[in-house]
Write a protein that binds this ligand. Sequence first.
Ligand SMILES: [Zn+2]
Ligand SMILES: [Zn+2]
Length: 170
Amino acid sequence: MHIYIVPFDDFKKGELNVLKFNLSRIFGLVTTLPKIKIPRNAFNSLRNQYNAYILLESLPVFHDGITLGVTKQDIYVDNLNFVFGLAEMGGKRALISTFRLDPTFYGEPFNKELYYLRILKEALHEIGHVLGLSHCKNKTCVMSFSNSILDVDKKSPFYCENCLKKLYQV
Ligand SMILES: [Zn+2]
Ligand SMILES: [Zn+2]
């Protein structure tokens, strides 16, 4: 499975390289593409957040793989205060935001390992949706739904046996 990582705006190269490395251990081929601009109409000044759908839809589509957009901005969908990410279920594109994965967002000291682990979990979760997986009831499975950062930290960076079985059936 070829994963194309597309950073929005000022995503740090170091963070991209760590994500690329971690994903390549799972999916094999991972390519990092040049950064693209966030569409202007994605910003909602009332919420001071970016519309996740508009970002997701601005990502390029690759026929031989999955596109993973990454942004540092805070993103939302209409009926939720925020989202960690968004994906086209069974489609081609996924998006994650690192805004609320950074420990400093919660007033905690920066912790590189924790931060990168959270980014990997959310990337695997959204890519899982693109691969057709829905939310999993197993709280340790990376496909379990995360309402808060506590949920993100509770789950492992792995697909559970059931989810893996579904992946191999596709
Ligand atoms: Zn989900
Ligand atoms: Zn699962």
